[in-house]
Design a protein around this ligand. Structure first.
Ligand code: ADP
Ligand code: MG
Length: 174
């Protein structure tokens, strides 16, 4: 039996932009496998130290990469993380950076319980398009795409666009 090749997709962007919402729904619609890097790290305790300023553990990037290598080689993975420069470039066939308007993001993060510096820094990260710049430095610019993620219409549009892209990729690569 011939196994169909499937693409690996990276969903990245500032916390709160909607990566997990989009990633899980996309996996359901397309049959690709959703991977939440934050959850994976928690489950496997893939941390290396503690960030006192942000009161959160620091990701052990090398161990995360080792942990994911086999699945990524297999293909058909949707990876969700708020950073992207430590993944091997060869893993991903396409990178989506989700973008949310400032006020909208502020409200989402506030209802998630973020306050003070953590809230401010994350909104500023979006204003400065930090993750987009990280993505275009780490990957070929032509595979990096920004997607607006402000309302349910955006979500639906993004789902349809990515699902279509996957279908086309599979036609072209099988
Ligand atoms: P991330 O995984 O990037 O941190 P989430 O998927 O957890 O973001 O979404 C953060 C919040 O924003 C959630 O409450 C979610 O329901 C909401 N949200 C995500 N995408 C959209 C969208 N396109 N329109 C409206 N709300 C959204
Ligand atoms: Mg998330």
């Amino acid at each position: 039996m011939k196994i169909m090749k499937r693409p690996n997709i990276l969903l990245t962007g500032t916390p709160g932009v909607g990566k997990t919402t989009l990633g899980k729904e996309l996996a359901q619609r397309t049959g690709l496998t959703y991977i939440n890097v934050g959850d994976l790290a928690k489950e496997g305790q893939l941390f290396d130290g503690y960030d006192e300023e942000y009161q959160c553990p620091i990701l052990d990037e090398d161990r995360v990469v080792d942990e994911l290598e086999d699945q990524m080689t297999e293909g058909g993975m949707i990876v969700d993380y708020h950073g992207c420069d430590f993944f091997p470039e060869r893993w991903f066939h396409i990178v989506f950076v989700l973008r949310t308007d400032n006020t909208n993001l502020y409200n989402r993060l506030e209802s998630r319980g973020y306050t003070g510096k953590k809230l401010q820094d994350n909104v500023q990260c979006e204003i400065f398009q930090t993750i987009y710049e990280e993505a275009v430095e780490a990957y070929k610019e032509e595979i990096v795409h920004q997607l607006p993620s402000n309302d349910p219409d955006d979500l639906e549009r993004n789902l349809e666009q990515i699902a279509q892209w996957i279908e086309q990729w599979m036609k072209d690569n099988n």
